[in-house]
Design a protein around this ligand. Structure first.
Ligand code: 13P
Length: 266
């Protein structure tokens, strides 16, 4: 069956290398502009190759960052609402995010799952609306420390994939980026070892292969997130199934963030 590829996927078996920063609820307006400007200038001067750099910022920054991005660093939001529009006071829709110049949106970050009770079903709705508005979802999955220790983590990850993403058609699934973020590694300084991360990334890619076939599995970018920093990035990114990173704390420092981008092989 012929599938039309999204424009950012060059060939069927080549996947994008991506480093995305997640600023979370940090930086006021002026701080955000200042940090982003530094990042754009450094990426412009230092990036070699075709790695994609993304900053996922709080909503108030998005439009201004888009004006400053010069196409060098892509912009993403950290969440969107699951409905198209209407009486949802305080919420932001996928269409609004797109209109601010974003190309990406994080869906299902563990902090949203934990503090805002977001379920796989809800995240599936957000994913569909993001795709409908030509946003690339950075869809997060990951197990808690308890799930890692009791050995249920493969089941947990499988369920997150099945309920959150595997309702998509092949053509839509090709537009997704997955981020594996073990909850126990987020903001804790505890990083999954490269071997632990590779094991999980291989598992995720294999689940995609079982569901959608090898071509689609090989074309899907799977990022690692959780205490990734300039010291450990190169070894993580050298793993065959790790296609980049989703970076929290280290994305708040321009030097660290750009060094992580540079740790990504072309
Ligand atoms: P840290 O890099 O601060 O551990 O955060 C990871 C993360 O949650 C990115 O979304």
């Amino acid at each position: 069956m012929f599938l039309s590829l999204p424009s950012h996927i060059d060939t069927f078996n080549m996947r994008n290398k991506i480093v995305a920063g997640n600023w979370k609820m940090n930086l006021d307006y002026a701080e955000g502009i200042s940090l982003f400007s530094e990042i754009v200038n450094m990426v412009k001067d230092e990036r070699k190759g075709s790695q994609i750099a993304v900053i996922c910022a709080p909503f108030i920054h998005l439009n201004s960052l888009n004006q400053l991005s010069a196409g060098v660093v892509k912009i993403g939001a950290q969440n969107c609402h699951q409905m198209e529009s209407g009486a949802y006071t305080g919420e932001i829709s996928a269409q609004m995010i797109k209109s601010a110049g974003c190309e990406y949106v994080i869906i299902g970050h563990s902090e949203r799952r934990q503090y805002f009770a977001e379920t796989n079903e809800l995240l599936a709705q957000k994913t569909i609306l993001s795709l409908k508005n030509q946003l690339t979802p950075l869809f997060c999955i990951g197990e808690t420390l308890e799930e890692r220790n009791d050995g249920s983590y493969f089941e947990v990850l499988k369920k997150q994939l099945q309920e959150g993403l595997f309702n998509l058609s092949k053509a839509d699934f090709l537009k997704i980026v997955i981020a594996y973020e073990p909850v126990w590694a987020i903001g804790t300084g505890l990083t999954a070892s490269p071997a632990q991360a590779q094991d999980i990334h291989f598992f995720i890619r294999n689940e995609i292969k079982i569901k959608y076939g090898a071509d689609i599995a090989n074309a899907t970018s799977i990022l690692y997130g959780g205490s990734c920093n300039p010291k450990n990035a190169a070894e993580l990114f050298a793993q065959s199934d790790i296609d980049g990173g989703l970076i929290g704390g280290a994305s708040l420092k321009s030097r660290d963030f750009v060094d992580i981008i540079k740790a990504l092989n072309d």
